[in-house]
Design a protein around this ligand. Structure first.
Ligand SMILES: [Zn+2]
Length: 112
């Protein structure tokens, strides 16, 4: 019947419209984050002149009795950098978490 055909056509059209929208969206949302380039400077922690990387951290600062939340950028040398982040950067520069999990699982199965 023509009624069914029409319904089907509209459904198809709606699906292809939705596909067009979703196929364009991910690229914008997943823009590659530029890795912070190390540069010489005074480390915020050890006060020595070293190659620094910037780390953003949320902090609560209290001034004049009023607390305020803010994003603080710290410049830390490799020695003072948060360890977890340093290790992650060093070990998995190109892979996302899913890939790493898969690799770990495969390695465990193969080795144990
Ligand atoms: Zn340092």
């Amino acid at each position: 019947m023509s009624l069914t055909d029409d319904h089907f056509q509209r459904k198809l059209a709606a699906q292809s419209r939705a596909w067009d929208q979703t196929s364009e969206a991910p690229k914008k949302e997943r823009a590659p984050r530029e890795p912070a380039a190390p540069k010489m400077g005074i480390c915020d922690k050890c006060k020595q002149e070293k190659l620094l990387r910037s780390f953003r951290s949320k902090e609560t600062t209290v001034s004049n009795g009023a607390a305020s939340y803010g994003t603080v950028v710290k410049h830390l040398c490799e020695d003072c950098a948060p360890k977890s982040r340093r290790e992650r950067d060093a070990e998995v520069p190109q892979m996302d978490k899913k890939q790493v999990k898969g690799l770990l699982r495969a390695a465990r199965k193969g080795l144990l």
